[in-house]
Design a protein around this ligand. Structure first.
Ligand code: AMP
Ligand code: GLY
Length: 432
């Protein structure tokens, strides 16, 4: 098969690495890709936002399957356009991707179908939003409705902070795109206590199969401090989701969602990524993403024993009913190396050395998140730049391997967290 992968991050490098290993893959092309992906696939400079250009490229290159990595093209309807042109595409349609593109849509779907989630209100103006805040009190969570590149959520500890967030969001203070939902809408939610986990399910419109779980570290600095980021590290599996909890998540959250999406004529295909709060009384949905997580995919792919390509095809073709995927029981962990300044302003173009020596550490795989080749040199070309990933018999071993690899990388312009996986390592020391 000829496969076209869309995207350029560490998630796409991990997907490319796994798909390149499939006996089903003849040609693997990635648009636009990065310096690491270029080792697994041919990288082409295609404008992913130009659907007609992507379709023309698929026809010229006899592409059998398009795999869409990030959410923006999904919410822009690239799967609809490819399928309408007779090209198979993995991922949800525009209508189905509203599960990520509009928080209000997802909250309403949860309410209508009894799916456990935080109590909420939807607002299109600041004054009623503030009245709701005052009635509820802090802590409370304020969210922009549409895609906001991770900048649309404020967990407010005080009423003043919550009101400021409302003013900021209605004042146009964040780059909210209106791809998925109505313009200028804010969702206000009850604050949920508990421990978070990321849960991944593969869906074909009718059937969902649980993949595996992960936990990520969203804050920039050690001790889970500092600004929120796209994710500074992750590990899999999530220690707070055992088989019984996984079955509850499927029965109480994922399956009713799939049923509801089908009933409204927008059957969900692709990866459904549920961000969960595991509370004392059970799992609650924080949010959905319509794609694989980044950096969670990097650890998922290290643990996936089965071939990924038939699974993606079965999702697209509606054939997941009797499908089974196998996973290595060993945990995997990834540490993100980011450019100093991320998630704020940062420089591009610094030189990264020592990657070959780092990759020699046992169990280690280095995925590139934002790099560019310059002859034989590798240059930083993004905020999140490398995902230094490792598998081990324990989280502690995977963690030690990843940090050993990092110690071999020479990149003074970068930084990383030193405590990725701390929660899981603590649990290994004193299991509960
Ligand atoms: P999101 O962008 O929706 O993933 O939210 C970012 C982070 O905000 C989540 O990972 C949670 O840590 C936190 N968060 C979002 N909603 C809630 C909530 N209702 N209660 C507590 N924390 C939340
Ligand atoms: N790691 C969070 C995300 O992919 O949205």
């Amino acid at each position: 098969m000829n496969i076209l992968l869309l995207g350029s991050g560490g998630r796409e490098h991990a997907l490319a690495w796994k798909m390149a290993a499939s006996p089903l893959t003849d040609r693997l092309i990635c648009a636009p890709g990065n310096a690491g992906i270029a080792k697994e696939a041919e990288c082409v400079a295609l404008d992913v936002a130009d659907h007609a250009a992507v379709i023309a490229f698929c026809r010229t290159n006899r592409i059998d399957l398009v795999v869409v990595g990030p959410e923006a093209p999904l919410c822009a309807g690239i799967v609809d356009d490819l399928e309408a042109a007779g090209i198979k595409a993995f991922g949800p349609t525009k209508a189905a991707a509203r599960l990520e593109g509009s928080k209000g849509f997802t909250k309403d779907l949860c309410r209508a179908n009894g799916i456990p989630t935080a109590a909420y209100g939807r607002f299109t103006a600041a004054e009623p939003a503030k009245a709701y805040l005052r009635a509820r009190g802090a802590p409370i969570v304020v969210k922009a409705d549409g895609l906001a590149a991770g900048k649309g959520v404020v967990v407010a500890q005080s009423l003043a902070e919550a009101e400021a967030a409302v003013d900021m969001m209605f004042g146009g203070g964040i780059p909210v795109s209106n791809l998925g939902g109505a313009g200028g809408e804010v969702v206000i939610e009850e604050f949920l206590a508990g421990e978070e986990a990321s849960f991944f399910a593969l869906c074909d419109g009718d059937t969902a199969i649980a993949l595996t779980t992960a936990q990520d570290h969203k804050r920039a600095f050690d001790g889970d401090r500092g600004p929120n980021t796209g994710g500074m590290g992750a590990y899999s599996p999530a220690p707070n989701i055992d088989d019984a909890m996984s079955a509850r998540v499927m029965a109480e959250i994922v399956t009713p969602t799939l049923r509801a999406m089908k009933a409204m004529g927008a059957p969900y295909k692709g990866v459904l990524y549920a961000g969960l709060m595991i509370a004392a009384d059970g799992p609650k949905l924080i949010e959905y993403n319509a794609r694989f997580g980044d950096p969670e995919t990097q650890v998922l792919m290290l643990r996936l024993m089965s071939d990924l390509v038939p699974a993606l095809l079965a999702s697209r073709d509606g054939q997941l009913k009797s499908f089974d995927l196998r996973w290595y029981p060993d945990p995997a962990l990834t540490v993100v190396m980011a450019a100093k300044g991320y998630p704020g302003r940062y420089e591009r173009g610094s030189v990264i050395e020592g990657l070959d020596a780092a990759a020699k550490v046992e169990g280690v795989e280095i995925f590139h998140a934002g790099t560019k080749a310059d002859g034989t040199r590798i240059l930083a070309n993004g905020g999140r730049v490398l995902d230094v990933s490792a598998i081990g018999r324990t989280v502690r071993q995977a963690q030690a391997r990843a940090y050993e690899a990092i110690s071999r990388i020479k990149w003074p312009e970068g930084f990383y967290r030193h405590d990725i996986g701390w929660r899981a390592v603590e649990r290994e020391k004193s299991p509960r």
